[in-house]
Design a protein around this ligand. Structure first.
Ligand code: NG6
Ligand code: CA
Length: 519
């Protein structure tokens, strides 16, 4: 009897102590273990989310996260293209430090398996970690054999579970890969892939977009003229793997289903899910039930589809009862592009929608629209509805998440903004280096500086202003968010200061213009 009383007293005391600790930890944002979800879209622009009130497209489900959570108006991807941004997101390291962090096509894994990543940090705290969707950080360490275990990949850099497409929807192999194995692969129909040029006759004797335009249902504009899969000509050649090929129109439902399954399976333990949607990257292939829904052609339709996916995904979190214990970050890997290689009416049917939200440039650009993206943090009951104009980058999520779950891991270039994200307290970044196709630019406070670069001012293909010029450019974003007035000549002192601060981080070997004078 005494023993029973004593042991129940012990339990009560222990649980009191535990509750006390938990409270304290919560106060300090330490040792709490919310589920963490990053919802990452592909090429979604600053003006594509209606909560940003810049365009005419409607995204009610993403808006809910934005309006009931923290909406950053100065949130950046690290880069104006995909692989570098994804690299920086997961590692907290500037992509220009890693010479392999460029747009990838069939490349090897660019994250070193010894490098720390967000999922690795979370695993030290007992999290289960998963990725569903677009990877685009390379696979393997040489020529990849898609018919056996594909490694290293996401599972070797911190993810317990992975269900991905290797690169992008417009590249081969057009198959899903789960935990290193191609899904539904018939061993009697092995996959071969190569990205050599057509001249080398590496098309396996199969139809291509270049030779057989009559077999395509989507016409290529630039690039994208190799193997035809589901009527869509792709980048690269693929043979075999017939049963394993994805269905483009079902891709959104497919990834959503996998993300929902993951949640249901892991809801009882803290988990991290990186849900990387493929929309609105090309080829834009909405499910027929979304066709025509935006009135803007397939680009608008796949954004409506992506928004629906976010809504369905949210409903799952709600139904599983885990919303008040889940931090959701929503963002995009780079800014918007209309014509990215296919004739798909993105330009013709745009109407008065403004994907870039009035910012200059777009995907691939050093101007603002390249990397300034929708950036939202939502945690029901924890994050209060707010709009923040503080500067924050996806590169900061590593340190911020590390602090939220109570670890000391710090990345090379990130800053801990956990307090800003959760409590709207404290300042954001003073400065930030932005990257676009290996070129870099600098933001400090309200000022943006773009160094000189060789290359065309406007891309012949995408029609986007890339930010190339033979002179330094300087803009005051407060007065001039669309970067119309170059102040480099009017404000020489400011320019000098910006260059010197930029060079301190970036080093002086940043431009492709020879004998560049920094004074
Ligand atoms: C480019 C492709 C473009 C897109 C991009 C990657 C051509 C001409 N252009 O090389 O269509 O696939 O790579 O986009 O092939 S990203 O968002 O993944 O960075
Ligand atoms: Ca992208």
């Amino acid at each position: 009897m005494i023993k029973i009383i004593f042991s129940s007293l012990k339990i009560t005391l222990l649980s009191l102590l535990f509750i006390g600790c938990a409270d304290l930890q919560k106060k300090n944002n330490k040792e709490i273990k919310p589920n963490i979800i990053i919802i990452y879209t592909d090429d979604l622009g600053y003006g594509d989310v209606s909560a940003y009130k810049r365009g005419t497209l409607n995204t009610p489900n993403i808006d809910k996260l934005a309006n009931e959570g923290m909406r950053f108006t100065n949130g950046y991807a690290s880069s104006a293209t995909c692989s570098p941004s994804r690299y920086a997101l997961l590692t907290g390291t500037y992509p220009w430090r890693n010479p392999r962090a460029k747009i990838l096509t069939g490349a090897s894994l660019i994250i070193d398996t010894t490098e720390m990543t967000i999922p690795k940090v979370l695993k030290t705290k007992g999290y289960h970690t998963g990725i569903v969707g677009k990877w685009h950080l390379g696979l393997g360490s040489g020529k990849i054999d898609y018919n056996s275990n594909i490694s290293p990949g996401p599972n070797q850099v911190g993810f317990d579970y992975s269900h991905i497409m290797a690169d992008t929807q417009d590249r081969v192999p057009s198959v899903y890969i789960e935990n290193g194995y191609v899904v539904n692969l018939d061993p009697n129909d092995p996959i071969e892939v190569n990205f050599s040029s057509q001249k080398e006759n590496n098309d396996y004797g199969l139809p291509t977009g270049l030779k057989n335009p009559e077999l395509t249902t989507m016409k290529w504009h630039h690039g994208h003229n190799s193997s035809i899969i589901n009527g869509v000509p792709r980048i690269g050649y693929m043979k075999g793997g017939e049963k394993a090929k994805w269905s483009d129109i079902d891709m959104a439902d497919h990834f959503l289903g996998k993300a929902q399954e993951y949640i249901k399976e892991h809801k009882d333990k803290p988990f991290f899910l990186y849900y990387a949607l493929q929309q609105p990257h090309v080829p834009r292939t909405p499910h027929p039930r979304f066709e025509g829904k935006s009135g803007m052609g397939p680009r608008g339709d796949v954004i409506v589809e992506a928004d629906w996916c976010v809504g369905e995904f949210y409903k799952t979190l709600e139904a599983e009862g885990i919303l008040d214990n889940t931090l959701i970050i929503f963002s995009s890997d780079n800014g918007p592009v209309l014509n990215d290689g296919y004739y798909d009416d993105a330009v013709e049917k745009l109407g008065d929608h403004t994907p870039s939200g009035g910012l200059r440039g777009g995907k691939y650009s050093l101007f603002e629209a390249g990397a300034k993206v929708p950036f939202i943090a939502y945690w029901k009951g924890k994050i209060k509805p707010n709009v923040s104009n503080e500067i924050i980058s996806q590169i900061d999520l590593f340190n911020s998440i590390s602090t939220i779950v109570g670890t000391d891991y710090k990345s090379k270039d990130g800053i801990d903004f956990s307090n800003l994200i959760l409590n709207n307290e404290g300042n954001g970044r003073n400065e930030l280096i932005l990257e676009a196709s290996t070129r870099t630019a600098y933001r400090n406070g309200d000022w943006a500086m773009i160094p000189p670069y060789n290359g065309v001012a406007i891309s012949d293909y995408t029609n986007i202003e890339l930010g190339n010029s033979k002179d330094f450019k300087l803009y005051n974003l407060k007065d001039d968010p669309s970067q119309k007035n170059d102040l480099a000549k009017k404000e020489p002192e400011k320019l000098k200061e910006m260059i010197s601060k930029f060079v301190k981080i970036r080093g002086s070997n940043f431009s492709n213009i020879e004998n560049l004078k920094l004074e």
